[in-house]
Design a binder for this molecule. Sequence first.
Ligand code: 5RP
Length: 215
Amino acid sequence: MPTDTDAQKRAAAEAAALLVADGDRVGLGTGSTVAYLLPALAARRLTLRCAVTSPATEDLARTLGLEVAPLDEIGELDIAIDGADQVTPDGWLIKGGGAAHTREKIVAAAARRFVVIVSADKAFPALTPPVPLEILRFGARLTLERSAPAALRDVPLSPDGNLIADYLGEVGDPAELAARLSATPGIVEHGLFPPAMVHDVLVGTASGVERRALN
Ligand code: 5RP
């Protein structure tokens, strides 16, 4: 039985599918919201080349008949669409609930337009922990100590076989925390996405899809 949240995710995903144009090179994120995007995109029967951020997204995209190619082969993307765990009014995101945030950040950075699709429960006044971290196995204990407070997550590995942990301290100024985490050896990538990376946020709400244009 679909919940209200499911309906909101679906509405945001279907609105995002309409932003894709024939011939576009499209980045596809990971997660339950993106799982609503893929059928909506496939139903439009456009000619697209898609770069994917996880095996799960790749499997579903191929099953639905979407053309998938390696990101390096496609190069720059016209648009990338992905979910998020938290979105603030000024456009900061936390991503990585599905352990794919490193690939998702690479794909978002490759896109001329990055569109975020969320249900209303993902809209937060300010970011709160946890912040996902992808960590190299080598020296992982030391990396976690340097990132304290942080803990390994009890989930599968990242799509590239690295460990997934969560930073559990206060976020405070997200730019400062992002700089600190980026400067910590052993952290492959953190789940803080800056507003400069985000072009539109589509929020599914009880009364329809609210669009926040950022860049
Ligand atoms: C995966 C992600 C997802 O986009 C995020 O966790 C949201 O997932 P969902 O759409 O299932 O709520 O960052 O790494």
